[in-house]
Design a protein around this ligand. Sequence first.
Ligand code: ADP
Ligand code: MG
Length: 334
Amino acid sequence: ESVINRIAAGEIINRPSNALKELLENSLDAGATNISISVKDGGMKLLQIQDNGHGIRTEDLPLVCERFTTSKLKVYEDLSTIQTYGFRGEALASISHVSHLSITTKQADSECAYKANYADGKLVPAKPGGSCEPEPCAGNNGTILVAEDLFYNIPSRKSALKNSRDEYNRIFEVASRYAIHNAGVAFSCRKIGAPKTDLNTLQGATSITNIRQIFGAKIASSLVDIEHSNDHYAFQFKGLISSASHEMHKSVFLLFINHRLVDHTPIKRAVESLYTSVLPKASRPFIYLDLQIKPENVDVNVHPTKREVRFLNEDTIVAAIVDCIHKKLMSTSN
Ligand code: ADP
Ligand code: MG
């Protein structure tokens, strides 16, 4: 049974950046305004995330790494209306199956923090022979999650991830996109060790400040905003798009649906072909889109960690996005 769980977990958490995405969403769900990420060896040796969110109740610590355990879903019917990022309770369970995981957490009304260690969904002792009980310790309000030796027990997965620089870049990409979308939340991302220790902080008050820091002033200054809402189909979006005045060499899409970073190929294709047909020379788009859809219209049957999502009325919504961008490009290009 444990091997099957491990394989399933390795499908859900398939690389460090994808573990980070789940952990970031948990921190944001917990109301964090400060999130620090530390990474060793591309996240394979160590992936640590510290937040100042509301923390985990001590009595919940034995449960948080069990599959389908979530504090975000009280009754089954909530599945259709749930607003938070997480709703399946699979992320921590999966991470605990494929790494050495510890959680240190303190709620504001608790006198001290508690540290718990996990393997295969369950509490384990810090040292062999010790007690499984979470241990009281000093700590700030909030939660520190440490995942070490990712995929130590899945050699095939581990050997597929050899390039720690590449993995770090993916981690930074995920962190920076969440920083753009959650302007006002302070993010830092620290790479520990070889070839050098690096610290990147992103704490702009607006999305554009963070975009400028990550993508440069040239792109940031070419952006114009779009906004649209449709009551009949219950969706709305806003965003920032590169205008005719700037040519990008590579397209960049930052797409958030209901505050979750996702991929959506039909939107990407439609927008790319719009830019190619409307703008002079082969202009590539920079698109940051914040799309909100009625939660029950998003297909929850697609696995939560698959980046590609599906939703109802796709054609209508894609057409509205293309139309809105088209109008904006036309009005700014002269
Ligand atoms: P989900 O996010 O789908 O509920 P997870 O496996 O990601 O499932 O997390 C399990 C539970 O652990 C969450 O429902 C939440 O109660 C708790 N949790 C995880 N990370 C944090 C955090 N950083 N701060 C507070 N609570 C957390
Ligand atoms: Mg979660």
